[in-house]
Design a protein around this ligand. Structure first.
Ligand code: KG4
Ligand code: ZN
Length: 339
């Protein structure tokens, strides 16, 4: 079965085609970074309008690059939430319209299920069950993943998500949008340990997180001065180390508590080099293995949506369309196995 995947939940337009027999056939992505950079963050209305402009072009591109036509598509999967309402509506409308005109089913997909399952697209995929650390701009969650659609929330951030903390802290240091990768790049040239930043909830005894206090600690350091050069790099390194310390410790506790030996890391922050280094090291000591999506599939993309949708469409799951329904807020553990 060939499934067209459409992702428009935030600031990336992603389109892909996944074949349940032969794997990922192609994927195209347009990032809106330049569009939002001048505003220091995502402007929802501009995001929606840009998705409208880009989506038809990307659809044409992915069909032409894979040598397929609309008639070769057997189903359409699209991100229905969580995300920005206007942006989601664009993807949902185009997906439902495409499916209706092609006479194939369309299926709404949970964005985080896409992230969660994306490491299964790599050459050496993990086996179920595993623990997943979901670290994106909007979510920081530890889940027990027993099978597709069988997700148990083990812990989550009580305030800011890890990516959000990276973005806000980057802003405090005068870095541009998106802050996460820029802060990580700055941290590469710094030395951690000079500022004694807190490790919030490190010893809370549960698997929850909190990152807003860490951001405030950075604010207290920088207030009243302009931070440049070596000092800024050291502070960035310290901040990154604090986030990584907590993510790493809680991920290891989740493995221990669940008795599992595979950890899947998904979402934009999963691209962080230091996080990967520390998780790999800690997992090795526990004789566990860490799985990541291919680098191109770490941040938002259409391939993960095509794949998650294909797993469900292939066993007969159908949406209740043609209807354009989005869920800007949607709890992952509400999902059910494919039916
Ligand atoms: O998964 P994603 O692309 O979008 C959401 O679903 O939110 O994640 C985006 C988040 C942003 O907060 C971004 O700053 C962060 O991931 N991010 C990083 C890195 N690359 C992206 N954070 C830290 N280090 C990175 N290398
Ligand atoms: Zn995402």
């Amino acid at each position: 079965m060939r499934v067209l995947g459409i992702e428009t939940s935030c600031d990336e337009t992603g389109v892909a085609i996944y074949d349940t027999e032969t794997g990922l056939l192609g994927h195209c992505l347009h990032s809106q970074i330049e569009l939002h950079a001048a505003y220091g963050g995502v402007v929802p209305e501009l995001a929606s309008r840009d998705h409208i402009r880009r989506l038809p072009l990307l659809l044409k591109q992915v069909l032409s690059e894979t040598g397929l036509s609309a008639g070769d598509i057997d189903g359409v999967a699209y991100t229905a939430g969580p995300g920005l309402a206007g942006a989601l509506l664009v993807g949902a409308s185009v997906a439902e319209a495409f499916a209706l005109s092609a006479g194939v089913p369309a299926l709404p997909v949970h964005h985080l299920e896409g992230h969660l399952l994306s490491p299964l697209l790599s050459a050496n995929p993990p086996q179920f069950p595993f623990v997943a650390l979901l670290v994106s701009g909007g979510h920081t969650q530890l889940m027990r993943v027993t099978d597709v659609g069988d997700y148990e929330l083990l812990g989550e951030s009580l305030d800011d998500a890890a990516g959000e903390a990276f973005d806000k802290t980057a802003k405090l240091l005068g870095l541009g949008y998106p802050g996460g990768p820029q802060l990580a790049a700055l941290a590469e040239g710094g030395v951690a340990g000079k500022f004694r930043l807190p490790r919030p909830m490190l010893h809370s005894g549960d698997l929850d997180f909190s990152f807003s206090g860490l951001k405030t600690a950075v604010l207290n350091c920088v207030s009243g001065g302009s931070w440049r050069g070596e000092q800024a790099a050291d502070l960035a390194a310290d901040f990154q180390e604090a986030v990584v310390d907590v993510l790493c410790a809680k991920s290891m506790s989740a493995l221990k508590q669940s008795g599992l030996n595979a950890l899947v890391v998904a979402g934009g922050v999963g691209a962080n080099r230091r996080l990967r280094e520390r998780l790999d090291e800690a997992a090795r000591r526990r004789r566990c293995r860490v799985y990541y999506p291919e680098p191109a599939l770490c941040t938002d993309n259409g391939a993960m949506i095509a794949f998650a949708g294909a797993l469900r469409l292939a066993v007969g799951e159908r949406g209740d369309g043609p209807a354009i329904r989005i869920r800007p807020r949607w709890v992952l553990s509400e999902l059910k196995p494919p039916h």
